[in-house]
Design a protein around this ligand. Structure first.
Ligand code: PMP
Length: 443
């Protein structure tokens, strides 16, 4: 398998960068929060796959829901006014649970194409309003919004641009709220004020009449789990409302209980104009993403379209099997997993906080079951681990040796997103295994 993988399988991101020498690790099965590799070794998955298996592995009822749907009706297009029961019920269930009047739901296949779809809908919205010149988009430094060409345009991580020549000139970004290394220090209000001023300045620089939308993750995930200070999102939302700019919350990671509530926007009581989800929606059992639109967005697009067809959609939009899985996963969440996730999140944060005194730990941050530990070589100067330590691969390997899967970023950041089903003992093991990795790294 390792040899076949080397020769033929192109991995996202990790192929082309020495993956060949390292070789693939093959996973064979999983249950709850534990995965088993091809040699029969059990590991705790502190990252829920790729921040997605929120419900945990091995739920028979999910398998049954998928099998039942495959047997009854494996596919129905949403084109030509056709449909199937599961996606209709899912859309209704999500509309009922979403903040405010985010009542209209378009299903995609994952997160990137959900983000891409919002760009199409936002453009159509402004055309419908007679303002087609609003074609510029703003996002936040360190933000991640996908790997499709349009999504990568909004993604403000250099690796997704360098060498690709992403052909959209409309990528504008404002600074991240990254408190730990923020030149403004730890003063949350100073960070909020600076971000508000920067967003206003960016809009003025582009020209207010040209700005279509502002994209934000309620907690930045792939940028290194960067948690904004309380009030930051609300302040940014208010600026957008005032300047008539659509505010888009990308909840691909934060949705479905990751930070506590079903959607992280609820943490601050805001209602975005559009919202994207994926990952936890089907808990990684099958691909699916979603775009939520407020009433005014949907109605404006419909008015603009009149009798014309709005040419956007995929063959597998609103796939019945994915929808059946999502409905069953939602039932599991509401049958106790959301509740357990809130409890486990408190324990996880407290456990990781107990690592703060470790000589290698510069910062501990997070919200709910989404957390990070940032490693430094000097706690006072906040000196990041040197590239020579190869944190992304070496720390990952070291954790693996301790029986723990976590994401490790090049800057020396461990990211945690365990399944919401974790027991107290599993959360404690995640913390203790991390402590061991830190001790071994210090030696
Ligand atoms: N937006 C955010 C905030 C994400 O974290 C991700 C994936 N990590 C995406 C979009 C893209 O989703 P996908 O990988 O399912 O295309």
């Amino acid at each position: 398998l390792v040899e076949l993988d080397r020769q033929h399988l192109v991995h996202p991101v990790s192929s082309f960068r020495g993956h060949e020498e390292r070789g693939v690790r093959v996973l064979r099965s999983a249950k709850g929060a534990t995965v088993t590799d091809s040699e029969g070794r059990e590991l705790l998955d502190g990252f829920a796959g790729l921040w997605c298996v929120n419900a945990g592995y091995g739920h028979e009822s999910v398998v049954e829901a998928a099998a039942r749907q495959m047997r009854d009706l494996p596919y129905a297009t949403g084109y030509f006014d056709l449909g199937a029961e599961a996606p209709i019920r899912l859309a209704a269930a999500l509309a009922e649970r979403s903040p405010g009047d985010l009542n209209h739901i378009y299903f995609s296949l994952g997160g990137s194409d959900a983000v891409d779809s919002t760009i199409r809908f936002v453009r159509y919205y402004w055309h419908s309003k007679g303002q087609p010149g609003r074609d510029q988009f703003i996002s936040v430094e360190q933000g991640y919004h996908g790997s499709t060409t349009m999504g990568a345009g909004l993604t403000a991580l250099p690796g997704f641009h360098d060498g690709f020549g992403v052909p959209y000139a409309w990528q504008h970004k404002i600074s991240s709220h990254y408190l730990y290394r923020n030149p403004l220090g730890d003063d949350p209000q100073a960070v909020i004020d600076a971000s508000v001023a920067e967003l206003r300045a960016k809009v003025a620089e582009i020209g207010e009449e040209k700005v279509a939308a502002f994209y934000v993750e309620p907690v930045q995930g792939s940028g290194g789990v960067l948690v904004p200070p309380k009030g930051w999102i609300k302040a940014m939302r208010d600026v957008c409302a005032e300047l008539d700019i659509l505010f888009i919350a990308d909840e691909v990671i934060t949705g479905f209980g990751r930070t506590g509530p079903i959607f992280a926007c609820e943490d601050e009581g805001i209602v975005p104009d559009l919202m994207t989800c994926a990952k936890g929606l089907t808990s990684g059992y099958i691909p699916m993403g979603a775009v939520f639109m407020r009433d005014h967005v949907y109605e404006t697009i419909a008015e603009g379209a009149g009798a014309k067809a709005v040419g956007h959609g995929f063959t597998y939009s609103a796939h019945p099997v994915s929808a059946a899985v999502a409905l069953e996963v939602l039932a599991l969440y509401e049958g106790g997993l959301f509740e357990n996730g809130v409890k486990a999140g408190v324990r996880l944060m407290a456990g990781l906080e107990s690592l703060r005194d470790h000589p290698l730990v510069g910062d501990v941050r997070g919200r709910g079951m989404l957390a990070a530990v940032e490693l430094v070589t000097d706690k006072v100067k906040k000196t990041p681990l040197p590239a020579s330590m190869q944190p992304a691969t070496r720390l990952f390997d070291r954790a693996w040796e301790q029986g723990l899967i976590v994401r490790s970023f090049a800057q020396g950041i461990f990211a945690y997103a365990p399944p919401l089903c974790c027991t107290d003992a599993e959360i404690d093991a995640i913390v203790e295994r991390t402590r061991k990795v830190l001790d071994l790294t210090l030696e």
